[in-house]
Design a protein around this ligand. Sequence first.
Ligand SMILES: *Cc1c(COP(=O)(O)O)cnc(C)c1O
Length: 477
Amino acid sequence: MNIIFEKSNNVDGVNITNDDIKPIGISSEFLREDKIGLPQLPEIEVMRHYKSLSDMNFCVESGMYPLGSCTMKYNPKVNEYLASLEGFSMLHPLMSDEDSQGALQLMYNLQEALKVITGMDAITLQPAAGAHGELTGMMVIKKYFESIGENRTKVIIPDSGHGTNPASAMMCGYQIVQVKSNDRGLVDVSDLKAILDKDVAAIMMTNPNTLGLFEEDIVEIADLMHENGSLLYYDGANLNAIMGYSNPAIMHFDVCHMNLHKTLATPHGGGGPGAGPIGVVEKLKKFLPKPTIEFDGNKYYRNYDLPESIGKVKGFYGNFGVLVRAYAYVLMMGINLKNASADAVLNANYVLEKLKGAYDVAYDTRCMHEFVLCGEKQKEQGASTLYIAKRLMDYGFHPPTVYFPLIVHEAMMIEPTETECKKRLDDFIEVMLKIADEIKSNPEIVTSAPHNAVIKKVDETQAARHPDLKYSGDING
Ligand SMILES: *Cc1c(COP(=O)(O)O)cnc(C)c1O
């Protein structure tokens, strides 16, 4: 019984009598005659209801969440405290520049910090998510080609790319051309050469890519693209492997986005409100969304005087509360962001090393912040990747990302992040090894998982294709 209407016990939670509410000036024909049918519960029961709903959720505060590509690191609670300060949380976005110097300075400083992290020349904080950043970046690229009078129609994306990449490029009207990965899991340069022509506006790449591997040929790829007059877009949703070691500018990219809700420890908003700022090289700066946040040496201000801007991509200046959290994290970490990356890579390699006897590894080499296992062997023994994911839930772990990247059969993409301690990594390793043993001796126990979850097993195809979001119980009954 999870619906508050079903819990209603007709005990008045609040005493409002008809005498308390007298409609004034509303014609009787518009007044409700029957009871509205709201649930009636004492406040404590309401609290228990919502608490029990929240207990059904899994979060990093309940256990390890090795969801590859999503970087489910722990978000320090001091970020929340700072974002809730009255001076930030009660600020109105339409207040004048003069009256919001602190907020503008914070955004400006965050832009400067992101310039250091990415090596880019200019930043906008407006986009509300990674995919939204991609769209913004592709709009900038499109505007750039318009400005030089070229009509390029294609965007190249590796077969290991995140699904949002082709979606963003297509929304800008580009035709998607796929470039193959080679047997090392990296972009196949000879295939790239074969498909590269003057219609290509850009390539969208993730580096390290979604297999957790560093694209070693990136400089050669960048030269090929630039010689062809094309641009390079960097999907920096997750910068967790490279902060302080490399950056998109060093790799010769022209545009990048970054997810503050992955790398910079702000909450993942379930599609928003997040923040996916983008960075661009100097020649693309004039196309950024307006207003830009600038400093004249004396005052911080919003600059709307940008005739070549792509326009606005979000109300006001982005999700300010998220920006405060990210800025708090950046200030707190400082140069230690580099250590966060080092530890993220170390943790991933440690787990990979311990698991690779029991599971096949998609590309058996050192990984970056994440790695991809292949569950083909376990599938043959009677339990495919989907069941391994469900079985992990029985042991208190969030499943890894599964069946992505698409080029690995039975993929399990594992990203422990730097915020997990060795003890927790060892617990995870032990459970993964135990599941591999269970599959050998008794696959049934794995294929019937999860055994403790509130929702057992859903029909994934039905859920994706025909979601039924309506509660069918009788609310008033
Ligand atoms: C998460 C992710 C995205 C999309 O970011 P959202 O904020 O979810 O829109 C894009 N690319 C990669 C590689 C990602 O991991």
